[in-house]
Design a protein around this ligand. Structure first.
Ligand SMILES: Cc1cc2nc3c(=O)[nH]c(=O)nc-3n(C[C@H](O)[C@H](O)[C@H](O)COP(=O)(O)OP(=O)(O)OC[C@H]3O[C@@H](n4cnc5c(N)ncnc54)[C@H](O)[C@@H]3O)c2cc1C
Length: 425
């Protein structure tokens, strides 16, 4: 098809749309406001730590099919994402000192819940049936709290930590439909789909740089420092892209994929419904190499720390749904979290190493039924405009998988890629 695909935003949704459009033989131009690509999924040098870190620790699972397809499409280096050979999630309880490893078996039939050594200590096989209520609540705008009992040992040690990490919203108030999709695509698909994967060399090395290199090889143009300030609209199409230094007039065959944050998209396209509420994530980074034998990722209950990532040059903590911590002084957070990390890594009482606290205020949209109901699809009433972004109606929460899937779907609208559209939520 003649004409250019203009992609607005070079986060993963925009990069995914650009890559899929270029693969289909389209001419592609990407317009990105920042000086770098990656958006909420990128690496940068942090002078306080003296290290290159990610804007947030990101966990993927081997069932994240679209993310893995994207990495292979752009030729990401082997080992861009690493993790254990089998699904295994070590956990620690800061209150009781207990440790255990959750080990779902590889296949779909979940016999692991019958094996005491594979499940949460103190839980019974029948306790694992509780989330079935989530599937009944899906599609009814119900919360998880309305769909299953949000209490008890297994809730505190498994369902709450896992759902909180995936939804970045207190699970009891989160949308059952989003939770159902996650459960279906991960635990429901068997341990094979649940191997944890981490970009140990950084998110930019894994996702962003290979995508930019792919786009350069395909002849796509990436324009950094290009903030879209407005869209010139006719009744049925976008006519111009407006920047501070002038407007780009679109040719008749040109199309636009808008892969911008929800609030920016709503400003540019009045009347567009978008999620309004967001939730934050706090990350704590400590410039200290993990002790030998530290698991790549450790689930933690009973403290502030929720997930502890052991990178070769640092220990990093993720705290999801962290709005309650936004006003806590960074020094206090660093001290309290380090105290927990030191205990978890067998160095209780060790002095606080160089640290960094990163508070991402609008990390994800709030995964409540109300906000989920505000997500628009990829198609718009304008013939040459499609939407992408983790906040569009992918059926998934705000995740890398959702962002990449949304970009592929937006691109498929213009390339008439029926297979990609069928795969969409
Ligand atoms: C701290 C943190 C931890 C996370 N952890 C995980 C995790 O463990 N697992 C997981 O799967 N996901 C995780 N996520 C979510 C994941 O990062 C996002 O879902 C994904 O990166 C969103 O990509 P996107 O392209 O939709 O949006 P964005 O990354 O927000 O991209 C939007 C782009 O548009 C650009 N832009 C904005 N305004 C304009 C304008 N006017 N003109 C041009 N460009 C503009 C921005 O600069 C940006 O590059 C996490 C997010 C955060 C913040």
């Amino acid at each position: 098809m003649a004409g250019t695909v203009h992609v607005l935003g070079a986060g993963l949704a925009g990069l995914s749309a650009a890559v899929r459009s270029a693969q289909a033989g389209q001419r592609v131009v990407v317009h990105e406001a920042a000086k770098q690509a990656g958006g909420r999924c990128r690496s940068y040098y942090d002078p306080a730590l003296g290290l290159t870190i990610d804007n947030g620790n990101h966990l993927l699972l081997s069932g994240n099919r679209d993310a893995l397809d994207f990495l292979s499409a752009v030729g990401a280096p082997a080992g861009a994402l690493t993790g254990p050979a089998e699904a295994a999630f070590p956990f620690a309880d800061l209150v009781t000192g207990e440790r255990w490893t959750l080990r779902p078996n590889a296949g779909r039939l979940p016999w692991w819940v019958l094996a005491a050594g594979r499940r949460v200590p103190g839980s019974r096989a029948r306790d694992y049936l509780a989330p079935l209520g989530i599937f009944r609540g899906a599609g009814k705008a119900a919360t998880i709290g309305e769909s299953m009992a949000c209490e008890g040992l297994l809730w505190n040690r498994l369902w709450r930590p896992v759902l909180l990490a995936a939804l970045n919203t207190e699970p009891s108030e989160s949308d059952a439909g989003l939770a159902a999709t996650i459960l279906r695509e991960t635990l429901g698909a068997g341990g094979r789909a649940c191997r944890p994967l981490v970009a140990v060399e950084g998110l930019s090395t894994a996702f962003v740089e290979p995508a930019l290199a792919f786009l350069a090889r395909a002849g796509a143009e990436i324009r950094f420092g290009q903030r879209v300030r407005g869209l010139g609209l006719a009744q049925d199409r976008v006519l111009t892209l407006d920047f501070s230094d002038g407007s780009e007039v679109l040719e008749p065959g040109d199309r636009v994929v808008m892969a911008l944050p929800a609030w920016v998209a709503a400003d540019l396209l009045p009347g567009l419904p978008v999620p309004q509420e967001h939730r934050s994530i706090v990350n704590a980074h400590f410039a200290v190499a993990p002790p030998a034998g530290s698991p790549l990722i450790l689930g933690v209950v009973g403290g502030l720390t929720e997930w502890l990532f052991a990178y070769p040059d640092r220990l990093s903590v993720t705290i999801s749904g962290a709005d309650r911590l936004l006003d806590t002084p960074r020094e206090d957070l660093a001290a309290a979290i380090w105290d927990e990390v030191a205990r978890l890594t067998g160095q209780a009482g060790a002095p606080l190493p160089r640290w960094q606290i990163v508070k991402e205020k609008r990390a994800t949209f709030a995964a409540t039924p109300q906000e989920a109901g505000r997500r628009p699809g990829a198609r718009t009433h304008l013939a040459n405009l499609a939407l992408a972004g983790d906040w569009t109606a992918t059926g998934l929460p705000s995740t890398i998988e959702g962002a990449i899937r949304s970009g592929a779907v937006a691109a498929a609208i213009f390339t008439q890629d029926r297979a990609a559209l069928r795969g969409a939520a």
